[in-house]
Design a protein around this ligand. Structure first.
Ligand code: UFG
Length: 339
């Protein structure tokens, strides 16, 4: 059986991907330090897949923790989700972000090389395109970043490219996610932000369920169809499937490739509000607020390369994204915390 190490496997995208990996017949070794995830998510994943999952409570910054993994398990490939992702926090605590996201990846890759595992899928982000000169966005567009979180993704991409240049035995897939939303259709696992959500979808969902009084829409004077920001929202199950498809090709790769994972369609903030109202049957109160610093008008993928190289394309539409988010949020108003 092929064994995959999933770092950050208890988190939002990691937990959904773990389900599809197990359903596809992979053995998963899940590695997480639970700094921004809950053990409850794993219990629920185990229920969905009807089997126990090997879980290692460890930190990617610790070579000792990684030694434990590689000495006890024969790992064929790594999917590296572990990392910090709050843009605002990264501006306040850049060293924390560089340490976790960059040093963590370096420590991981050194351990991988030490134990002869040289296949890795890395969670990158559309944030590396900065403010794109046009849309849809192709993989070869110029790269830039406006905050330490974005720079950490950009630097790790470069570090992995250099790693391959120095040793062509590596197989490296950089997946650039657009805006992940939605939840497993069971409604038992989903996104569970620690604090007040920064991202649109969890904020809308918490407003619908009554945890927040209203949504602030950050700007309605962008050069978009209705003035609000446009993004490429992608269902987390589609994203998870993208990782399974990437694993299918990784061992025959012998190169570094970069792939957009998006739907190719942009929706505005107001589109998302309307769709969520339809899915939930609730009214979402909102107020127009000033633009948020660092936001761009429009960001959506050209997803053709993913189709060509991975035979992957997004299947879930905006209605499914909102319905599945609502099922998760309404069944679990406090996320993984007990009521
Ligand atoms: N928005 C609001 N109100 C909110 C939250 C968001 O109006 O309360 C708007 C934003 O202005 C933007 C859109 O909703 O127009 C989406 O915002 P998100 O914060 O959900 O997503 P971003 O596109 O800003 O950022 C996301 C991830 C980043 C990642 C980036 C690019 O949060 O980690 O996509 O991939 F870097």
């Amino acid at each position: 059986m092929t064994t995959i190490l999933v770092t950050g496997g208890a988190g939002y995208i990691g937990s959904h991907t773990t389900i599809l990996l197990i359903e596809a017949g992979y053995e998963v070794i899940l590695f997480d330090n639970f700094s921004n995830a809950s053990k409850e998510s794993i219990k629920r994943v185990e229920k969905i897949v009807e089997q126990n999952i090997t879980l290692i409570d460890g930190n990617v910054c610790s070579s000792e923790d990684l030694d434990t993994v590689f000495t006890h398990h024969s790992i064929d490939a790594v999917i590296h989700f572990a990392g910090l992702k709050a843009v605002g926090e990264s501006v306040e605590k850049p060293l924390k972000y560089y340490e976790n996201n960059i040093s963590g990846t370096i420590t991981l890759c050194k351990s991988m090389a030490k134990y002869g595992c040289k296949s890795i899928i890395f969670s990158s982000s559309a944030t590396v395109y900065g403010d794109p000169h046009t849309t849809p966005i192709l993989e070869d567009f110029p790269l830039s970043a406006t905050n330490p979180y974005g720079r950490s993704k950009l630097f790790v991409e470069e570090i992995l490219r250099d790693t391959y240049m120095a040793d062509n035995d590596w197989n490296i897939i950089l997946l650039r996610y657009f805006n992940p939303v939605g939840a497993h259709p069971s409604g038992t696992i989903g996104e569970d932000p620690n604090d007040v959500p920064n991202n649109l979808m969890p904020f809308i969902a918490q407003t619908a369920v009554g945890k927040r009084a209203f949504l602030s829409i950050f700007g309605n004077d962008y050069n978009t169809k209705d003035g609000t920001g446009v993004r490429d929202y992608i269902h987390v199950m589609d994203l998870a499937e993208g990782h399974v498809k990437a694993l299918n090709i990784i061992h025959s790769l012998n190169q570094v490739i970069t792939i957009n994972l998006g739907t190719g369609t942009g929706y505005s903030v107001l589109d998302m509000v309307k769709s969520f109202e339809k899915a939930s049957g609730r009214t979402i109160s909102y107020k127009i607020a000033p633009r948020r610093t660092g936001d761009i008008a429009s960001c959506f993928a050209d997803p053709h390369y993913a189709k060509e190289i991975l035979n992957w394309e997004a299947k879930y539409d905006i209605d499914a994204m909102c319905e599945d988010t609502w099922r998760w949020q309404s069944n679990n108003p406090n996320g993984y915390k007990a009521l």
